[in-house]
Design a protein around this ligand. Structure first.
Ligand code: SF4
Length: 749
């Protein structure tokens, strides 16, 4: 059965905020109370228990900065918010997305009841019918095509406890083998790089490092737009730091740099090796640290001998002196920190590029001390929660499915039969979509993500989703591009309407809370998972998973003796009181003191590898798969557009204020000399074409992009019609920032 690609008008018109008549009572253990019971999970801070005017603090639900937002309540309902002044992350600051976090909950586009496709149209149905259909259809697919013919795609936007529940339910309860998350699109490269180099996915830093460095290096990162509160913390640095930016674009961050290395796109790996070579050549290696705490230095030195500044600079579009100066600044700094994000992660050689950054931090001894680190900045509010707890490609608690001892540990922690845990990991996101294309996966459950917009080579992913026998989407809104393709929509509560923890970029567990009633029949993802467990018939396995904090206790058990051990956290009240707690926080640490607010990893030089040493890893740069040519002479870069837009704009597009802060129409940034050559004027319509598709956008004539390069923000629905499907071979993260395109003025055609 193919999937229709639009809702029907009749269904759309009935999607108001009206609450449907009573839910049907299921025959099994599920009760109407379990599904509805508003405000059950609230840390004493729900609309049900807060009668007077009061305030409470909740961690923001957009980006992984993890700001504390002070929510002002009246009669238990949030009526406004301000940035928390005493939260250790943001110190009284918030970006526009945070300020508008409540507004997007009020949208008329909220999904308020389950919708089931009937006669080609999504029609309102009861939760009972939705859940029965969910189970009947998925079980029928499993019967016909095998247990592994259904899969899930999760997200970095829901609570750790919800991710844990979903992963355990899908794999241990429903028998799925394959599930991945949209964190594949943002953090998989950093995860793989850290695991190989440090022995565990372990971002080592604390935000105080922004203020304590005397040399900060940003590689493929534009925190001024992408992580504005982290950027604010850079400006609190009193050391007059050297600020080095490696970026092909003259971004807002690059404009503030003391050294902007405006390198050619995808020459970053060569440049990092050249900087490494210079550091070694100039005798700026921390030899005692290297000999005590790393392995592979001799190989690294031999490897980078081929990457001298003079040999490489021209290929990078730089001078040898620029390369050497950057190396000297890093090598002579008392405390240098190196920060990267999507410009590195979203690359066909992202893992090795990230490891080239890690190598520089290690050989200069810039790790484990204030102001140092090889620091990947996380994207989504709970990408780190996904990395540890989603039970997708890694086993629960960042264990391995393939390791029998790991399976036993997790089975004990979850108090389930070990045989329920598969002994192989999942396909990665792209592998799941490939399996959909082969007809191997026939049913898919997508939670809080929008691949029909965000996945690379959009027309192709839409085609693949259209092949599914049954597509379920669980989302806050009824009109995302992916919902339009679905057979069943499960309406979910959003940030502010439920309770749980996020883990931010510096490994801090923070609490977000229920400060609003979700609209209509929308339920928290947590309660949807509970309901699915009951309807599926595996509810008994999840009796202990009764509320988010109960799941947090299970996570604590599973974390024991892992690098991410959180057995010392007393519970949600302590997280709330302290403004979050960074992992690790073990029961042994807790018996000695309260957690300090700024803890970094590797202060003792001990890494999580078998030898205890960090690994210095290299590989020669690869060819760009689709370099510009005569037919497609421009290289398309994509990335964040403005501070007021988030990903596919599913939420930020619902705020009138945020919408005022960015251009509504998609646009392409083009160098003014290229524009003149093509006869393109500022704000004129241009056609941008790649081998995948073509789009019409406005021209933004500028000098912030280099010659023969163009940039389109990722937030617009059309951008991924152009991008090329290719991936880092180790992390399977999509490489969004290199596709060959052509441009032509519309009026000339
Ligand atoms: Fe929220 Fe990130 Fe903005 Fe902070 S910087 S308010 S966490 S979106």
């Amino acid at each position: 059965m193919s999937v229709a690609t639009n809702n029907c008008q009749s269904a759309k018109s009935s999607l108001g905020r009206k609450v449907l008549p009573h839910l049907q009572k299921h025959d099994g253990a599920m009760t109407r109370e379990l599904l509805l019971a508003p405000g059950r999970y609230g840390l004493g801070m729900t609309h049900a228990s807060l009668d007077a005017d009061t305030v409470t603090t909740a961690t923001c639900g957009y980006c992984a900065t993890g700001c504390g937002l002070r929510v002002h309540l009246r009669d238990g309902q949030a009526i406004g918010l301000t940035p928390a002044t005493d939260y250790p992350v943001n110190l009284g600051m918030a970006c526009p997305k945070g300020w508008e976090a409540l507004r997007v909950l009020d949208s008329t586009d909220r999904a308020t009841m389950p919708l089931l496709r009937k006669n080609g149209c999504l029609q309102p149905v009861s939760w009972d019918e939705a859940l029965r259909t969910f189970c009947d259809r998925f079980k029928a697919i499993q019967q016909e095509h095998g247990t592994h013919s259904i899969a899930f795609l999760s997200t970095g936007q829901i609570a750790s406890e919800e991710m844990a529940f979903l992963g355990a339910l899908a794999k241990f309860g429903m028998g799925m083998l394959h599930g991945d998350g949209n964190t594949r699109q943002c953090m998989a490269t950093a995860v793989t790089a850290y695991k190989e180099s440090f022995g565990f996915d372990a971002p080592p830093y604390t935000y105080a490092d922004f203020e304590q460095s005397d040399c900060l290096v940003f590689i493929g990162a534009n925190p001024c737009v992408g992580h504005p509160i982290m950027w604010e913390r850079v400006f609190r640095n009193r050391n007059q730091p050297e600020l080095i930016v490696l970026d092909p674009r003259a971004t807002e961050t690059a404009m503030a740099a003391t050294q902007h290395l405006q390198l050619r796109p995808k020459s970053d790996l060569k440049l990092l090796y050249a900087i490494t070579h210079e550091i070694i050549r100039l005798g700026m290696v921390d030899e005692s640290f290297v000999s005590a705490h790393t392995e592979g230095f001799d190989e690294l030195r031999g490897f980078v001998a081929n990457y001298s500044a003079t040999a490489v600079a021209d290929q990078c579009g730089l001078t040898a002196e620029q390369v050497s100066q950057a190396a000297r600044s890093i090598g002579t700094a008392k405390a240098a920190s190196l920060w990267w994000t999507m410009g590195v992660n979203q690359s066909y050689e992202g893992v090795r590029t990230a490891q080239a950054i890690i190598n520089i931090a290690l050989i200069t001894g810039n790790i484990g001390r204030p102001g140092t680190g090889a620091n990947s900045i996380t994207g989504q509010c709970n990408a780190m929660g996904s990395r540890l707890w989603s039970n997708t490609t890694n086993l629960f608690g960042h264990y391995s499915f393939e390791n029998a001892e790991h399976r036993r540990i997790v089975a004990d922690a979850l108090r389930i039969d070990e045989s329920r845990i598969p002994d192989t990991g999942s396909y990665s996101y792209d592998g799941i979509l490939d399996a959909v294309d082969r007809g191997e996966i026939r049913g898919l459950w997508i939670i809080a993500t929008n691949p029909s917009h965000s996945w690379i080579d959009q027309d192709d992913v839409r085609r693949r989703l259209g092949r599914l026998d049954f597509l379920v989407v669980q989302d806050m809104y009824h009109n995302t591009e992916t919902v339009q393709q679905s057979h069943l929509l499960l309406p979910a509560a959003g940030w502010g309407e439920k309770l749980g923890t996020f883990i931010n970029s510096e490994r801090r567990y923070g609490i977000h809370k229920q400060v609003r009633q979700s609209p209509g029949q929308a339920l928290s993802d947590f309660r949807i998972f509970r309901a699915v467990a009951e309807y599926w018939g595996c509810g008994e396995m999840f009796r202990e998973w009764s509320e988010p904090e109960a799941v947090f206790r299970i996570m604590q058990r599973a974390s024991r003796n892992q690098p991410c051990d959180i057995t010392g956290i007393e519970g949600y009240q302590q997280l709330d009181r302290l403004g979050g707690i960074q992992w690790p926080w073990t029961s042994e640490q807790a018996s000695a003191s309260e957690p300090s607010q700024e803890r970094r990893l590797f202060a003792d030089g001990q890494f999580y590898t078998e030898s205890g040493r960090a690994k210095l890893i290299t590989a020669h740069p690869a060819e760009m798969p689709e370099a510009p040519d005569d037919e497609y002479p421009f290289l398309l870069l994509s990335g964040r557009g403005t501070v007021s837009q988030w990903h596919t704009q599913t939420r930020t597009g619902k705020s009138p204020i945020l919408r005022q802060l960015y251009p509504h129409e998609p646009y392409v940034e083009i160098h003014h000399q290229d524009a003149a050559k093509l006869g393109v004027e500022h704000n004129a319509l241009v056609q941008v074409r790649s081998r995948r598709g073509e789009i019409s956008v406005r021209a933004a004539v500028t000098s912030t992009v280099g010659r023969n390069q163009v940039f389109i923000p990722m937030h617009y629905g059309v951008t991924n019609r152009l991008t090329l499907q290719h991936f880092d071979p180790y992390s399977r993260q999509p490489s969004y920032k290199d596709a060959a395109v052509s441009l032509s003025p519309i009026n000339a055609q």
